[in-house]
Design a binder for this molecule. Structure first.
Ligand code: ADP
Ligand code: MG
Length: 253
């Protein structure tokens, strides 16, 4: 395959005898939007955690842009341009939206976050401007000065997306970006992700919502029981009987 920038090779991960991931092989080309789908407990979040260094695989490797990520710490992987947006919003409830988005920007620039927050929040005009622009991009411009604790669940997810995007990722890993959103917010997020896609950013999206997956993905990998049971374009995956079977009792593919 041409221009593979992200490669997961032969990854295995067990938790006390439970094979959460077996024989995982995944290649993502530059600029591709690759979706990982699968029923609950399939191993999707575990795979993402292995990719970003939160979990160590029992064997196998993860390579991005020529760098082996396996064995690196999450912040080292982040410094290489790999950004993950978490399934459970990890935001700072007592800070404003603007400050929340400035935190990862300052952390990225300074390597670690050992700053006088309030001095930095006031003084860093270029970072401030960039944070405001990113909040406008995700549609939160009217709440820039509000405390994050006041946001609805859907808006918290949007804030988190802004915190990821503000870091100008080379590879964006999204864990269920529309979970907890009403249909209207989901559609707004799909539009936003389409705009991001047009910039050529490489993305891996874990998603349960088939509408989101089929609107965005160039290619799909289907996980079930810790194994990849199908891989291909949305059309190829849609009609695959193994996929339909894996989803039986869950939802229609
Ligand atoms: N830290 C952990 N310790 C033990 N078991 C875990 C841990 N994380 C996940 N699992 C198990 O691994 C399997 C895959 O989980 P997960 O990756 O969260 O699935 P998904 O994100 O696809 O719903 C599940 O059976 C889950 O219970
Ligand atoms: Mg999960």
């Amino acid at each position: 395959m041409d221009n593979v920038v992200f490669h997961v090779a032969d990854v295995h991960k067990s938790f006390a005898g439970l094979h959460a991931l077996s024989d995982i092989d995944l290649s993502v080309t530059e600029g591709e939007t690759h979706a990982i789908i699968g029923p609950n407990g399939a191993g999707k979040s575990t795979l993402l955690n292995v990719c970003i260094g939160r979990l160590k695989p029992d064997s196998g490797s993860v390579v991005f842009d020529g760098n082996t990520l396996t064995g690196k710490k999450p912040h080292e992987i982040n410094q290489l341009g790999v950004v993950r947006v978490f399934q459970t919003p990890e935001i700072f409830p007592d800070l404003t939206l603007l400050e929340n988005v400035m935190v990862p920007c300052l952390a990225k620039r300074d390597g670690s976050f050992k700053l006088n927050w309030f001095k930095s929040f006031r003084g860093e005009k270029s970072i401030r401007d960039h944070a405001v622009e990113t909040l406008v991009d995700v549609g939160l411009e009217s709440q820039v000065g509000s405390h994050a604790s006041n946001l609805s669940r859907g808006d918290k997810r949007r804030l988190e997306l802004a915190m990821g995007l503000a870091q100008k990722p080379k590879l964006l890993l999204l864990d269920e970006p529309t979970a907890g959103m009403a249909r209207h917010d989901t559609n707004a997020t799909i539009d936003l992700l389409k705009r991001i896609k047009a910039t050529g950013m490489t993305k891996v999206i874990i998603e349960h919502d088939m509408h989101v997956v089929f609107s965005l993905a160039d290619r799909i990998s289907v996980l079930a029981g810790g194994r990849i049971i199908a891989q291909g374009t949305p059309d190829e995956v849609k009609g695959n009987p193994k996929v339909v079977e894996a989803y039986l009792g869950e939802e229609q593919v």
